[in-house]
Write a protein that binds this ligand. Sequence first.
Ligand code: AMP
Ligand code: MG
Length: 472
Amino acid sequence: MTAPRFDNQYATLPERFYTRMPPTPVPAPALFQLNDSLAVQLGLDADWLRSDAGIAMLAGNETPPGSAPLAQVYAGHQFGGWSPQLGDGRALLLGEVTAPDGSHWDIQLKGSGPTPYSRAGDGRAWLGPVMREYLVSEAMHALGVPTTRALAAVTTGQDVLREARFPGAILTRVASSHIRVGTFQYFAAQQDQEALSALLGFAIRRHYPDLTEDDALGFLTEVVHAQAALVAHWMGLGFIHGVMNTDNCHVGGLTIDYGPCAFMDAYDPRKVFSSIDQFGRYAYGAQPEILVWNLAQLASALLPLIDSDTDRAVEKAQAVLHQFGPDYTQAWQKVFFAKIGLTSGGEGEIALVQDLLTRMAENQADFTLTFRGLHDGTARDQFVDPTAFDAWSDVWQAKNPDAGLMARTNPSLIPRNHQIEAAIQEALRGDNTRFERLNAALARPFDAAPEDADLRAPPAEQEQVRQTFCGT
Ligand code: AMP
Ligand code: MG
């Protein structure tokens, strides 16, 4: 068995980027889940991770050689309000590992104890949100959506106090970096141009290595493009992030910070799950507009690096931001055309997609099963009034949709809220069967195994989850 070899490039950035500190030890760590296939991809020895030494690392009780644990500082707009200092309040970057293919991966513990950025929080996480992030982030990966990954979950043997006492847990999060729009905003707000340049260079090396390291405009262009594609992908899956604050917006175009996120069951563009999103700021249909707002914050943070002449910098940044509209529209169309089996289209096909969505909303049609049902004839069963589907289908069939394309684009299985909730409740009673089953099934979201029919079904009335929580 071999222990992982760590290093920490982020720790080579100036001291004001982070606070160095070890994780806070926990009394009785136990492995809840290990992601073997991710371990292999990263070149880590899964047997070692399962050993006492491995579990001690995953729980934060031992810091591995070469690591340099630190809490990253960032800022952000939360629900539109500016917070000049946030940061890893319940997480620590242990360091990074280099995969066999030469790529660098941050290994972060989430739930590892308080840091100087914890504010009123305890720095801990409980098993429910850890399970949720594990299941949903791994499902997103299997669905082909760029995302942070989950390498492991451990329980700590220590309760965490929320609405009640819950078992504490720690998620090991893996990502190509943890740099957020809010990381740039933090240094921009302090007018720390030297730090901004260093951060830009780091982010470019990690995410857009084809750019030169001081190409702020090129970087903005790439982030706009990556995030437009990401959110279009979310939209095509009925995914609602729930907390699209700028500190949860990743400059590499990854989905990050799974809190009160959820996949919709019945289609409703105004759908909101998050208990703290009272005004629907982050509703399903609002996500593209919020994204462009977040990207404008990034643009504004980058201005001094774009051009020393502010007017010229603004002009250049605006030109890039104006590209978001067409970029996003194109990405959205590509996603939704594929969902109805078309490789391309024009005004008529756009109207066709929109007409279907309108009819779905009017008929409380299940988002996932309607699209999945297009190529096997079951879509109409999702409509309160199936003739509303038939009228649409007549026009659609005339376009000769490609069944193979639809089967590759429309998953039959998504992590449904009520299943996640049931898995959490069972785990709290000491039974991990549903978690294991869900996790295994979600790794193959496009090939419907007959025995997983119950996991694909929408919730019955009494099973519906109406609200989701940050879990902090
Ligand atoms: P979020 O919106 O959940 O990504 O978190 C926003 C901020 O709150 C981040 O700076 C987190 O590190 C911090 N935070 C969330 N939960 C906790 C907690 N239990 N203890 C300390 N800080 C937390
Ligand atoms: Mg966050």
